[in-house]
Design a protein around this ligand. Structure first.
Ligand code: SIN
Ligand code: MN
Length: 229
């Protein structure tokens, strides 16, 4: 979404208090440019360290065994995984067998500030999209408490995001999610179908100088509560 860039320094550090919030559909909130460039740099630097413990890997689809075009890893006590046994949450990385690293405090604070949910997120799925990667239309429904929102943070190249309704068929809309944008799917939007049509290569310089495994592309983080509090 295009940012209305008249925010104060305080807002730019990720304070949602009086930041611009758009509502493309009931229950869908988008805060354009909520994270300042320095907050994005700091978060990415932290992620680079965590990815050394929990490397990106390419999951496969349950039935077809086809690889995802995005690569993934997770932070938190539980991580979302997909393989021939289906979609599920698991406490360990499927390649290393090690526990996922903890979710950075800055993300835990963002969750508290924006969702107001009674319990912290247990999972933070990290999706990495290189130039040709995308994600098909799907619902996030492997979590038990559906009253807990899903909170999404975009870093790096802009995504063309697609948002549908709660049925697979039906109309959809698309909008851009740029680096520093934060989106929440809550209430009537919690089970909306959504996906990523494509990313716009070269639209951000965020990953260029970072220690991230790739120096271009998009990182998306989704914070989720998986079990009933
Ligand atoms: C997801 O639905 O898991 C990711 C969406 C995104 O990359 O914006
Ligand atoms: Mn999703």
């Amino acid at each position: 979404m295009s940012a209305v860039d008249q925010t104060s320094e305080k807002q730019r550090a990720g304070d949602p208090g009086s930041a611009t919030c758009l509502e493309p559909a009931p229950g869908t909130s988008v805060w354009p440019d909520l994270l300042s460039r320095s907050a994005q740099d700091a978060l990415l630097a932290e992620l680079c360290g965590l990815i050394e413990t929990a490397p990106l890997y390419v999951p496969t689809m349950p039935k077809s065994g086809r690889p995802f075009s995005a690569s993934m890893t997770n932070l938190g006590t539980l991580g979302w995984v997909s393989d021939k046994n289906g979609y599920r949450y698991d406490a360990v990385h499927p390649v290393t067998g090690r526990a996922w690293p903890r979710i950075p405090d800055s993300l835990l604070h963002l969750w508290t500030d924006l969702t107001g949910y009674q319990a912290p997120p247990e999972a933070c799925l990290l999706n990495y999209y290189s130039a040709g990667a995308k994600m098909g239309l799907h619902q996030d429904r492997d979590e038990k408490p559906l009253d807990a929102p899903v909170l999404s943070i975009s870093l790096g190249d802009t995504a063309v995001f697609r948002l549908g309704g709660v049925e697979r068929k039906g109309s959809t809309q698309s909008f851009k999610l740029a680096s520093g944008d934060v989106m929440m799917l809550a209430g009537p939007s919690r089970l909306r179908f959504h996906g990523v049509d494509r990313i716009l290569p070269g639209s951000s310089t965020l990953l260029a100088k970072a220690e991230f495994p790739a120096n271009a592309g998009r990182v998306n983080l989704t914070l989720r509560r998986v079990t009933e509090p």
